[in-house]
Design a protein around this ligand. Structure first.
Ligand code: MN3
Length: 207
């Protein structure tokens, strides 16, 4: 993944229609080629005038503390977050996904939430409770059970010192064309395409 300025939009690791019928091709195309592209273009444009930020990685930009004028600092967080969150979301999906996690994530989920069904229920409730635009995450923090957290707009769990494992985009653009206002149906469909192998890799990298 290109992690430094000048950022480019990497192709999806699967065809636009590969996640049908759970995510439709038109939504995937607009989401990746328009929404994510806009965050990349805006971030590059913003960084043009700040050479010192051009040497920072995407993860560093997401948590960057400045010094910058407050409006530009917020714009860096919004756009770097938009790139980071979308890349994390898209790369966490697979046409061969769904089902259940393998160990060690399986046992960590069971230990943290009771069992997989309880985890799924709690994650879905968190997704339905996001007011406005945002994301729901499964995250790891050292020496703690796994947690489900929500972030608003393009905030990331990185700024809270949390290490993300799973990410669900619940902005309306992620599902409205297919699911209309039925976010619960979208969340149920998302569970069918979670790449649990990738989630396990991410968990290894966190711990
Ligand atoms: Mn989105």
């Amino acid at each position: 993944m290109n992690e430094y300025y000048k950022f480019t939009n990497q192709p999806l690791p699967y065809a636009y229609d590969a996640l049908e019928p759970y995510v439709d091709a038109k939504t995937m195309m607009l989401h990746h080629d328009r929404h994510l592209q806009a965050y990349i273009d805006n971030l590059n444009k913003l960084l043009e005038k700040y050479p010192h930020l051009q040497r920072m990685s995407l993860e560093q930009l997401v948590t960057c503390a400045g010094p910058l004028p407050p409006d530009d600092l917020q714009a860096v967080h919004n756009n770097a977050g938009g790139v980071y969150n979308h890349r994390f979301f898209f790369s966490g999906l697979s046409p061969h996904g769904g089902g259940y996690p393998a160990p060690p994530l399986e046992s960590w989920i069971a230990a943290s939430f009771g069992d997989f069904t309880a985890f799924q229920k709690q994650f879905t409730e968190a997704a339905l409770a996001v007011f406005g635009s945002g994301y729901v995450w499964l995250v790891y923090a050292a020496n703690r059970p796994l947690q489900i957290v929500s972030t608003s707009n393009q905030d990331t769990p990185l700024s809270q010192g949390l290490c993300p494992i799973l990410c669900l985009d619940v902005w309306e653009h992620a599902y409205y064309l297919k699911h209309y206002n039925l976010r619960a149906d979208y969340v149920a469909d998302w569970f069918q395409i979670i790449d649990w192998d990738r989630a396990n890799q991410r968990f290894w990298n966190c711990s």
